[in-house]
Design a protein around this ligand. Structure first.
Ligand code: PMP
Length: 327
């Protein structure tokens, strides 16, 4: 029979590129902005890709077996993808969530039978983070070494340290962009969380076209020369990777693929996500606004006239209604 899929794992990826004609027109941009619409994934975000690949690689290596519980730490999207794929393959799933993410995310994990644990409710994690001046990864280390060790049959996928995360993007997202643009792409712009997306796509595209520019976007504000990096504004899914202690930089992020860093404010991110809904009928989350605003600033530079930008928009805006993103 024609084209019938047999599991949600087969539905991850193959997302469309859309030229944001309305947005380009409204802002009088002299460059093309192509949006990689990751809300076309089965759970409406980019993390479905790594959920499938990390789980299937763990199965292949024999690390993940029937009866195991899949575990990870996340600000939400990875947890949704993992819980869904776990459900479809018959595993249990437990997600340790960061504070301050929208209630839609917790609910979405629970819909798939996933268990959600607030990282802030675990004294070992809270103490470790406080002792390390807010270092998130100190909390993850305490979680693994002091909490998860007490149980058997847990498989910690560790998206921030798992090479299968960037590898997913090197195998899927990068090649899709290359094929859909016929190689006519000058810039790739993406927000940085774990760094899996920028590292994998960056590696693939640079291999194909060394002169391409890879832009890593982090939450503002930007530091002033000679001053320490200020605390990052809250933009779900992305974090500061530059100007922070090196322990805070995720292991999977390869900063050598990044040509330029942009620091974008929460206000500009929100304004851009709202604008895009009105110019092109596309409803995306806050970090999509962040990446798109960064691309907009670059596209407005005179030397970038006529250039083609691919901007990765990680998720749907529908999971941000309770956050007031579109209030
Ligand atoms: N935006 C959102 C909404 C996300 O959930 C994530 C993943 N944390 C990102 C951006 C960044 O993606 P990556 O982890 O691949 O850097």
């Amino acid at each position: 029979m024609g084209k019938i899929y047999s599991s949600i794992s087969e539905l991850a990826g193959h997302t469309p590129l859309l030229e944001l004609k309305g947005y380009e027109r409204e802002l009088k941009l002299q460059a093309r902005i192509l949006a990689k619409l990751e809300f076309y994934n089965p759970n409406q975000n980019v993390k479905d890709r790594i959920a499938v690949h990390m789980i299937e690689e763990a199965e292949r290596s024999g690390r993940l077996k029937k009866g195991d519980t899949i575990v990870d730490t996340t600000s939400g999207n990875t947890g949704i993808g993992l819980a869904a794929v776990a459900a479809s393959k018959g595993y249990r799933c437990r997600i340790y969530m960061q504070a301050g993410v929208s209630s839609e995310r917790t609910k979405s994990i629970e819909v798939f039978g996933g268990e959600v644990v607030d990282q802030g409710s675990i004294p070992e994690v809270v103490e470790a983070v406080a002792a390390a001046q807010g270092d998130y990864f100190a909390g993850v280390k305490a979680l693994v070494e002091k909490v998860l060790v007490k149980e058997e049959h847990l498989v910690f996928l560790n998206q921030s340290g798992n090479p299968d995360n960037p590898r997913t993007h090197e195998l899927t997202t990068g090649p899709e962009i290359w094929e859909d643009t016929d190689g006519e792409v000058d810039y790739f712009v993406a927000g940085v969380g774990t760094g899996g997306t920028i590292t994998g796509v960056g590696r693939f595209l640079k291999e194909k076209k060394p002169e391409i520019k890879i832009i890593g976007v982090q939450p503002g504000p930007r530091e002033t020369e000679g001053q320490p990096m200020p605390k990052a504004e809250e933009i779900t899914g992305i974090h500061k990777y530059a100007g922070v202690p090196k322990e805070w930089v995720p292991k999977v992020l390869d900063t050598s693929v990044i040509d330029e860093r942009m620091d974008i404010s929460e206000e500009d991110s929100v304004r851009t996500a709202r604008r895009l809904a009105l110019t092109d009928g596309i409803c995306v989350g806050k970090s999509s606004g962040t990446a798109l605003y960064a691309a907009t600033l670059l596209a407005a530079r005179p030397e970038n006239r006529g250039k083609t930008f691919v901007v990765l928009l990680p998720d749907s805006g529908l999971r941000y209604f309770s956050d007031g993103l579109f209030a």
